[in-house]
Design a protein around this ligand. Structure first.
Ligand code: DC
Length: 235
């Protein structure tokens, strides 16, 4: 089957990256974690004093600094996943901190930041055989993606999953703190002016509240197989 573009959008902590990574391995596709790109820009802003304790961003300085910010991914052959690099430093761990999570939605509302990230994403995905996850992939970055998924899951489950992820990395928060962060981000991501999170008309909803990783993978692989079947039947 010719390589396609797979766009996965959805709320925070819905397991988008888990299914995206599994699919990428199974299909031998590249995986682009677009949220990680906005997180890397946020980390740069935090490290360089461009965001204060009240979450005020020095937009002008950040926009000016954008030309000095290089974000890319390198495939780790041992862990078999792409890792995020900020100006050639592996920041895969640092971009997952609560401090970054607390500020990333706001950073991602800045037009110039989005413009730069979207251009990079389109460049990285131009040859197909790629899976991107984020908030505006199916609606804006690759509106012609052959397969679009919109992921969702029960709020409690999402918060618990994120809490477990933090704990496994030695970062401890209460469930309430995690829930607050997820709800705030969902609100900001769905209410921003530019390319807010919405379901693309042609996206297929995947609610994984009661599905494990294997069941989700099976669901998506079947969708891909059916697409192929439809194409063959039509042709
Ligand atoms: O997927 P994530 O939770 O790592 O994303 C972090 C933030 O980045 C998310 O809250 C909103 C922003 N984002 C975005 O605006 N557009 C994307 N395509 C991906 C993420």
């Amino acid at each position: 089957m010719p390589k396609i573009t797979i766009a996965i959008d959805g709320y925070s902590s819905c397991g988008k990256s888990t299914i995206a990574k599994a699919l990428a391995q199974r299909l031998n596709y590249s995986y682009i974690d677009t949220g990680a790109m906005y997180r890397a820009v946020t980390l740069y802003a935090l490290r360089n004093g461009l965001i204060d304790a009240k979450r005020n961003i020095d937009n002008e300085a950040l926009i000016k600094a954008l030309k000095k910010i290089k974000v890319d991914f390198k495939f780790n052959t041992q862990s078999k996943v792409s890792e995020t690099f900020l100006n050639d430093e592996n920041v895969e761990h640092d971009i997952r901190s609560m401090e970054v999570s607390d500020n990333v939605s706001k950073v991602s509302t800045i037009h110039e930041v989005r413009e730069k990230m979207v251009a990079l994403q389109r460049e990285m995905g131009k040859n197909k055989g790629v899976i991107l996850d984020g908030r505006d992939i199916g609606t804006n970055v690759f509106p012609n993606a052959e397969l679009k998924l919109f992921m969702t899951a029960d709020n409690e489950i999402r918060a618990q999953r994120r809490l477990d992820e933090y704990s496994s990395k030695g970062q401890y928060f209460t469930l309430e703190e995690v829930k607050l962060n997820l709800n705030k981000r969902d609100y900001e991501d769905t209410h921003r002016k530019e390319n807010p999170l919405t379901k693309a008309k042609d996206a297929i909803v995947l609610d994984n509240t009661d599905l494990n990783k294997e069941q989700q993978l099976e669901f998506v692989l079947k969708l891909i197989a059916d697409m192929q079947l439809t194409k063959d039947t039509v042709a």
